[in-house]
Design a protein around this ligand. Structure first.
Ligand code: BGC
Length: 586
């Protein structure tokens, strides 16, 4: 239906998500335009240039709908509105249009597994007659022993997936907090409602929908109630609606599962398009990036990639280092979890559920080399990278805050009051900004880093600019190299365009704290010259022998392989590589 993109500067390509760099923001914590102490849409709009200048081309918004916010907005009380603290529907429309004018796409959340218990559907359901359509919007039982084989996700707060409702006189089912009843997807009316909500936002111009907590839509006796075939049938219905009416939009599955269990979320029709979600997060890869650093061994990464099945050609993984939740350790073995907890969260306050509630910079102990190394892998690995707001300046966290609030604190713009986030009385802020000596806004902020050519912010901008020049990163194949030195991770990204031109990029990363040498078998490309992409400096040509490199501690290289006869005296390719301009961004 209505496609409100007439005045946009969006590239017209239905596979846009393959070349995306996603920037995840929490409206409440980004910028407060009306100085009431909480971030809002007008504030976010005023910072869109910052996001575009960084080099991201897609903005992912955390839930902004009316909600009691007991789960920071994932407890939705009205699917079609905007929380008054964040603005109005008119603000959302203006935001979408302003983003599109800058060539930025917008991803929002479609939280369909559950609602808030304040949602009118639930209020109606608990008063409705047992067995009626209205009651059956949710999942009820007379016993809390049903579906006993189902794990509890929020282990720190919940002891059961059932909660007694005295009004209904029955238990209701919830995979998350007890104030978040699960919708009942066996009720066709629920599916109709969900499709209608989806159309509502897509008609407004939203480009992509993150499908929150999708593995848990359907329950069946005698199963673990995750990834059931009936859940996949629901997703196929949702996708059919997209294909029929919104062919340039994207569905992104949040399925925190093993690769073989996530693969079906892409679905399959002809092996090319898939018939469920266009994208899915690769959850098991994420903790293994951290494990590789902790163990100074590439094996955790290569192992999980080997276990990752191929996906349909038009589909794409979404990859990330950190997000708004805890660094989840659900998809590792018990032994690996212990190792990760001991290494990255010796202070127990940093642990929550099966994870670690810390941001990237503190996890890396502020070590620029490690932060850069992990970002280099994130931005060169197969999949669409997702950056979490604030990590581009190395923001810290506050493990003394409740739940996951410690990684959702206000963006640090400057040394001004409240870190430049808001002019409100500090006592009335939605969350206190970080003020500790290492990561506080006086030490870590956008304004200072924009002025500093060597800052993490400018480094990130430069890396993103370099990445953008090569389609191979978003679209290319990935082949692991297997040098004998396991402290070095090495892979080749390759992409052939419609004219038959092939780009080849070799990525090499030292996951250890000491300098390393490595010999790479690059004989397939003998005669080519590796041009180091950040400096545009040519390295010695590849010969018939193994290619030797030395890497500094946590060092990395991205090499574009250029044909030797294309560079008689100096590297002509290199001249075409981007020189990132430094400018003040605010
Ligand atoms: C979101 C969490 C949220 C949970 C329950 C998750 O998938 O990422 O932030 O707490 O859903 O709504």
């Amino acid at each position: 239906m209505a496609n409100k993109r007439a005045s946009s500067n969006l590239i017209n390509d239905p596979l846009w998500y393959k070349d995306a760099v996603i920037y995840q923001v929490h409206i409440k914590s980004f910028f407060d335009a009306n100085n009431d102490g909480i971030g809002d849409f007008p504030g976010l709009i005023s910072k869109l240039d910052y996001i575009a200048d960084l080099g991201a081309n897609t903005v992912w918004l955390l839930p902004f709908y009316p909600s009691p916010r007991r789960d920071d907005g994932y407890d939705i009380a009205d699917y079609r509105g905007v929380h008054p603290d964040y603005g109005t529907l008119a603000d959302v429309k203006r935001f979408i249009s302003e983003a599109h004018q800058r060539g930025l796409r917008v991803i929002t959340e479609l939280v369909i597994n559950h609602t808030s218990d304040q949602h009118p559907w639930f209020q109606k359901a608990r008063h409705a007659k047992a067995g009626s359509t209205a009651r059956d919007y949710y999942v009820w039982s007379d016993s809390d022993q049903k579906y006993a084989g189902t794990r509890i996700i929020f282990l720190d707060t919940e002891t059961s997936n059932w909660t007694w409702d005295p009004v209904a006189g029955q238990y209701f089912w919830h995979r998350f907090y007890a104030h978040q009843p699960d919708l009942n997807f066996d009720n066709p009316q629920v599916i109709k409602e969900v499709l209608s909500v989806m159309r509502y936002w897509l008609d407004m111009g939203i480009d992509g929908l993150r499908l929150d907590a999708v593995p848990y839509l359907i329950e069946r006796d005698g199963t673990n109630n995750e990834n059931l075939p009936e859940t996949h049938q629901i997703l196929k219905q949702i996708r059919a609606e997209i294909d029929a009416n919104y062919p340039d939009r994207m569905l992104l599955a949040e399925a925190n599962q093993w690769p073989e269990d996530t693969r079906p979320y892409f679905g399959d029709s002809d092996g090319i398009k898939g018939d469920e979600c266009h994208m899915a997060f690769h959850f098991p890869l994420m903790p293994r990036l951290y494990l590789a650093l902790a163990q100074e061994d590439r094996l955790p990464i290569t192992d999980i990639l080997r276990r990752t099945p191929p996906i349909p050609a038009h589909c794409q993984w979404a990859i990330f280092l950190r997000n708004h939740d805890e660094l989840t350790l659900e998809m590792v073995t018990d032994k690996e979890r212990e190792a990760l907890w001991n290494y990255y969260a010796p202070d127990r306050r940093a642990r929550i559920n099966l994870g670690i509630r810390r941001r990237l910079a503190p996890l890396m102990e502020g070590d620029r080399r490690r932060i850069e190394l992990l970002n280099s892998v994130l931005l060169s690995m197969r999949g669409t990278p997702t950056l979490y707001y604030g990590d581009e300046i190395g923001m810290g966290d506050n493990i003394d805050l409740n739940d996951r609030d410690g990684v959702r604190t206000p963006m640090q713009w400057s040394i001004d009051l409240n870190g430049g986030f808001s002019r409100a009385n500090p006592a009335s802020l939605v969350l206190a900004p970080i003020t500790d000596p290492l990561y506080g806004y006086q030490a870590v902020n956008v304004e200072a880093q924009a002025l500093d050519p060597h800052s993490l912010l400018n480094w990130t901008r430069r890396l993103l600019a370099v990445r953008k020049q090569q389609k191979a990163f978003g679209r290319g194949s990935l082949n692991m190299l297997s040098p004998r030195n396991r402290r070095v991770l090495a892979y080749v990204r390759e992409f052939t365009d419609a004219l038959g031109n092939t780009q080849t990029i070799v990525c090499v990363a030292n996951v250890s704290r000491s300098a390393q040498t490595v010999e790479l078998d690059l004989s397939t490309w003998a005669g080519r010259v590796p041009v180091e992409m950040l400096s545009t400096h040519p390295f010695p040509p590849i010969g018939p022998l193994p290619y030797s490199l030395t890497l500094a501690p946590y060092g990395f290289y991205w090499f574009l392989l250029v044909s030797e006869n294309a560079m008689p005296d100096h590297p002509p390719q290199a001249d075409r590589l981007p020189q990132q301009e430094l400018s003040v961004i605010s």
